[in-house]
Design a protein around this ligand. Sequence first.
Ligand SMILES: Nc1ncnc2c1ncn2[C@@H]1O[C@H](COP(=O)(O)OP(=O)(O)O)[C@@H](O)[C@H]1O
Ligand SMILES: [Mg+2]
Length: 494
Amino acid sequence: MSGGPTFADRRRLLQLETLYDLALALYGGRSEQDLLEELVGRVCLVLDPSVAVAVTRDASAGSRASAVVGWPGPEPTGTELLSDPLWRDLLAQGGPLARRDGALAGLRFGEAIAVPLAYRGVFLGYLALLDKEDRAHAGSEFSAEDRRFLESVAALAGVALDGARQIESLEVQRERLAEENKVLRGQLAAEVGGRRIVAHAPSMRRVLDLVERVAPRGVSVLLRGESGTGKELIAKLLHHLSGRGGPLVAINCAALPESLLESELFGIEGGVATGVSARRGKFELASGGTLFLDEIGDMPPVLQAKLLRALQEREVVRVGGEEPLSVDVRVIAATHHDLERLVADGRFREDLYYRVRGVELELPPLRERREDVPHLVRHFVEEFCRRESIRPPQVAKDALALLLEYDYPGNVRELQNLIEGAVSLSEGAVDAALLRPLMGPGAAASGAAGPEALDLAAVERRHIQRVLQLVQGNKSAAARLLGLDRRTLLRRGF
Ligand SMILES: Nc1ncnc2c1ncn2[C@@H]1O[C@H](COP(=O)(O)OP(=O)(O)O)[C@@H](O)[C@H]1O
Ligand SMILES: [Mg+2]
């Protein structure tokens, strides 16, 4: 007798190695499908069946994954394998089974051995082998040892399947939580100081997304967009999300004459002129917070130079003062102007342009995001009615249609004024007939008015007259509803 390993020894060794490899392979965090394929492949190497199948079911008893090796002709589906009586018998038995002269999913066999794939008493599926292939020393039947091996493999596979399912359900949970988190953060971002920011249009969602990302950074932000598109609102949101403890201080660079603007921005020392007492400027007031430079495109050139210096040096010198005071402000600027044009025309300093344009956010005009209109309408109706403690009126379909097709030269601000005017005048409902006279000439022309609507000037006059009628001749109120300056109204002879 030779002292070398016998065939039986080699087989046992192969079985152990297979179990070991399988244990490693099954814990690789793969999909259930991969797992079954690995399982069937390894088992075939050791036990030499003509056909091997593995199948699993999901919680609702449907088929989840299956792997088939050696099947002659078209392979059975997982559902077919699970509807075979073998599965029912395995469940009833709760353990391995051996069968002779039967069929599995329509395939005849001489011998079959099968084991349930289970973990902690939960049956996940089964593994079945049909007809041992004839091999020189192996005999042509599955041995008791083969069956034991199959059981060991099934036990390992049960643990691995359970692990794979837990990982998968954790992954699903993780995705759901991430989604929830995103929604919550979106809601957070879309609310500032109790005011909701309506943003359904993709272009606005993008703006909010950028706002969230740049808010915590100290970078200067330039907000661009037509008047009424929400620049100031976004500035507030940026500050709100910045985490800066100091205040948000706003200054409108277009509203003040040069000398006043300078002392407003940088402060003034006492005694510069008779009766002037020392005052801190917006820069100092905004220290630790955010300075919002609205309409920066309208800043006089002399002040542009001083502003640039303040931004670069992070210090200001009060009017009439000498000592620079260091300031820590985050600057947000806004303009409706085409700044590049102003730079090209020499009306805006190029160096300042680059200094304030750390990140640029463009607010699209309302006519380019009409999908926001219905949401804004609802928002403004609710907000106004809450503020005024009145019952919100119905907004009729024809009113909404009119609102949707209008171009809003004054953007969201115009829509807000329009809604507030309409709600004020409404008696339970806002319809097109009520709205049309309140809207700019664009609406009257695009509405289903007669051919006379083509004469814009006439339409405009008639429109203004209607509004005046509605507000009983109060020109300030009419101007407000029209989104016009009162003087413009007077200039046009009303
Ligand atoms: N997306 C929005 N959701 C809700 N209200 C908005 C939105 N955009 C603008 N508004 C409102 O419209 C009005 C004009 O916005 P504002 O920020 O002052 O515009 P801008 O500074 O661009 O002229 C404000 O009352 C603002 O609250
Ligand atoms: Mg503004």
